[in-house]
Ligand binder design. Structure first.
Ligand SMILES: Cc1ncc(COP(=O)(O)O)c(C=O)c1O
Length: 443
């Protein structure tokens, strides 16, 4: 997501003048805050969407390799989810339920328990915070601090956890941190897996510092991490690294929070992105693709004995979104009753790896990043990645960048994509990279 990286400043300068959108665009220019970001990369008026495609007001079709930044893992307007939502609305289902007991919420919890938690022998309680990812992270951090009576949190370089102050304190991105102008304390940053190459062991440093009472690090309430850093440039931790973090959390009395907001819900080939490592986080945050329909819904999964909240101790109006419960339930029942969807996502991830591998091999300056259906290509510079996005868009492909300099072109195709469509989009992407390389932008 280029908006979340420093290089976006460069993009603002070079792309601040959107291409002509026709008369209807002027309302955005007149009335919308300059903080908008994606619309700078894709300056057309979008109108409707279906499956893997999104259409502009003139009817032009674009293949969507951004998928609401991993919010549309089941594609746009999936017919099963849409039907469930329409039925609910037609029947005058509760639309705002605060945190009342509603049929929509009970069916969602039943589906989560039946399709996800029980089969994985995970005994989490579910907290519904406000409906966005950052709300879930705030709640997770607050609970960890309450339960442990400690303030400090360990977070990792290039991590992204949201933009409200608690979550932002754990986020690395300088642009959103206003380069130090915000009160973002009580977080100790440690190098993420591979941050300094194989030679430097960031977890060894953390272990030593936590053991040494005079190292100057305050005992942590939590260690928060992404298994694949979506915004940070698709840095993927391996199973060993994740198990070591879990062990450090256990030995130091910190709670392990896995932020699965972008990497979860099938994106890496399993419902939770940490399953492959066999770890058991104390708290898991979910949002983005949880509703499956682009409707806001977030959840905090809490190890049963850690649910020490007093009633109303963390509240908010939009805790649980009834329409989103309905589509989320339909998605869990439709896609997660058996292993077929996950197996398909794994196959797609392997196919993607093969295609990227054989392309990247031809260009020594390119590097493959990520895991599963969350992979991409690191370009020599943010400018070049930005140019790739522009060229791809001209050919009908929507794709974005991430990484500290916006240098990683990130493929987040919907998981319902057909292999032929994946190939079609990759062809456009590869052509765009070839053209950008020929243009020889500064690296
Ligand atoms: C890993 C991760 N955590 C938290 C968030 C914040 O979610 P939201 O934008 O819904 O607040 C994001 C968003 O990109 C994310 O990728």
């Amino acid at each position: 997501m280029n908006a979340r990286v420093d290089s976006h400043r460069i993009k603002h300068e070079t792309r601040n003048q959107p291409r002509s959108l026709g008369a209807r665009s002027t309302i955005f220019e007149r009335r919308e805050s300059a903080v908008r970001s994606y619309s700078r990369s894709f300056p057309v008026l979008f109108d409707r969407a279906e499956g893997t495609r999104i259409f502009d007001a003139r009817g032009r079709s674009y293949l969507d390799f951004l998928a609401g930044c991993s919010t549309l893992n089941y594609g746009h307007n999936h017919p099963v989810l849409k039907e469930a939502l329409l039925r609910y609305i037609r029947a005058d289902g509760i639309s705002c339920g605060l945190d009342l007991f509603t049929r929509a919420k009970s069916e969602f919890l039943e589906a989560l328990e039946g399709q996800i938690l029980r089969p994985r022998q995970l005994d989490y309680l579910v907290q519904f915070p406000g409906p966005t990812g950052t709300n879930a992270v705030e709640a997770a951090l607050k609970l960890a601090r309450k339960v442990t009576g400690r303030r400090n949190v360990i977070a990792f370089t290039n991590g992204f956890h949201g933009v409200t102050l608690g979550a932002l304190a754990c986020t690395g991105n300088r642009l959103q941190r206003l380069d130090g102008d915000l009160p973002l304390g009580n977080v100790t940053r440690i190098p993420y897996a591979g941050y300094l190459g194989d030679a430097f062991d960031g977890l060894g440093l953390l272990e030593k510092m936590l053991e040494d009472p005079s190292s100057g690090i305050d005992r942590p309430a939590a260690i928060i991490l992404e298994t694949v850093q979506g915004e940070g440039g698709l840095n993927a931790a391996n199973a060993d690294w994740l198990r070591r973090v879990e062990a450090i959390a256990r030995s130091s009395g910190a709670l392990l929070i896995v932020d699965d907001i972008q990497a979860g819900i099938g994106r890496t080939g399993q419902f939770f992105s940490f399953e492959f490592a066999g770890i058991r986080p104390d708290i898991v945050t979910l949002a983005k693709s949880l509703s499956g329909y682009g409707l806001p819904l977030a959840a905090v999964l809490i190890r049963r004995d850690l649910d020490r909240w007093a009633a109303g101790e963390h509240n908010g109006t939009f805790r649980g979104n009834s329409s989103a419960f309905v589509t989320a339930t339909a998605a869990l029942d439709h896609f997660w009753r058996d292993d077929a969807f996950a197996a398909r996502a794994q196959e797609l991830g392997k196919m993607l790896r093969l295609r990227l591998d054989s392309f990247v091999m031809q260009f020594p300056e390119l590097r493959l990043k990520g895991r599963g259906m969350m992979q991409g290509i690191e370009m020599p510079s943010g400018e070049m990645a930005s140019r790739v996005v522009e060229l791809a868009f001209a050919e009908g492909l929507i794709i974005e960048t991430s990484g500290p300099l916006g240098e990683v072109v990130k493929i987040l195709a919907p998981l319902i994509i057909e292999p032929a469509e994946l190939d079609e989009g990759l062809q456009v992407l590869f052509d765009a990279i070839r053209s950008a390389s020929k243009e020889g932008l500064p690296s």
